[in-house]
Design a binder for this molecule. Sequence first.
Ligand SMILES: *Cc1c(COP(=O)(O)O)cnc(C)c1O
Length: 463
Amino acid sequence: MKYVSSRGQAPELGFEDVLLTGLARDGGLYLPATMPQLSHDDIRSFRGMSYQDVAFRVMRPFVCGGSISEDDFAEIISKAYSTFRHKAVVPLAQLDHNEWILELFHGPTLAFKDVALQLLGHLFDHVLTKQGRKVTIVGATSGDTGSAAIECIRDRACAEIFMLHPKGRVSDVQRKQMTTVLSPNVYNLAVDGNFDDCQAMVKALFNDLPFRDEITLSAVNSINWARVMAQTVYYFTSAVALGAPDREISYSVPTGNFGDIYAGYVAQQMGLPIKQLIVATNRNDILTRALTTGDYTVGTVSPTISPSMDIQVSSNFERLLYNLYDGNGDDVRRLMDDLSQSGSFTMGPAALRKAQNIFDSQQVSEKETKATIKAVFNQSAMTIDPHTAVGVKAASMKNADQATPMVMLSTAHPAKFPESVEKLTGEHPQLPAHMADLFERPEKYDHLDHDLDALKSYIRKNL
Ligand SMILES: *Cc1c(COP(=O)(O)O)cnc(C)c1O
């Protein structure tokens, strides 16, 4: 499989290089040059298979064919998902007669990002060990990615990880999950600023080509193609469990950086019959605005009780633009130049129509999110976290056909956001036993100004 940049000016790469590179050298994101196809018979054959076996069959065409053999890849998958505390890896729970919650939070950090990052860690290890190389991973997090990325890299000989988080803007549980990892290859940095500031610093590092080469910079954030790829798997497993491919399935996805929902679109492009893909946003609704009017204008980030979706720039949206503009890198580059120069771009009418044929979108207010947590608790005896609640509410508002199963992605365990959940349900959501002592563990992290040079010298000093 060859991969191309969304901006059309970086060299085509194979899977191993795309995995290690993250962002393309022309500033774009890598996508597969052609989308592998699964027939209805292929998809039907997934019935009754383990998550790991479906994962192997869905991802094999993206990964194998280069230096990663099929046997090695099967073993990588098996190791990656052995850290999940549920045998089904991502079980479905029933919310209402035809509504389902897909529990993506049974991994080591209790958030859906583990599904991709546990796999990524083992892929990195495999490829780098074989090449006898080491990399430096720098990432920015609004909460969950950080701990999931740290769990993916901690104690590995192949990498050091520097993780930036906005100071005071992640929950205590989220911060503790990152800063209580004392491994010598893990560096946590609390930055004066918001998540977009952190992300902009990381992007700037990637665009600084000499520095990027000096430290062999790499990323595990949601721009990495391998993460999108790993997330397509659970669309297949959940759809097949509910009757696909002989029936269509709909999805509602709490969305921030557009990685998770984009993975659903990839599954659809590969042949999975998906009826609706609902982009659910909190009041930071740049995506809902873009998909409604074509106007993608960056505003200011407004903090909510679903902090992992508190963003304005949605990095993976660029991959969708590449699809909407039929793979024309010049068009994508023009829009992204507009964005960096003026903080906005406008999609043409044809592109907007195409986007609206693929996605529904719905903004959910704080009040509605809270009411949903309460209602689900009272009506179905389930405790859901605020991110999941945004998806549940959006599904109820946008569901176009009650006869089609609606799957709502549950992206975090409620114990990651105990304050909001307890206030609304009256019950304190318990951390799983292996994390019960989280608040007693010592923390390790440094403060950093919102300043690129300070970041560069911190990294140089510690490598
Ligand atoms: C990251 C995250 C999201 C948003 O996912 P994207 O792929 O960035 O759209 C939603 N919920 C939780 C809990 C997350 O951690």
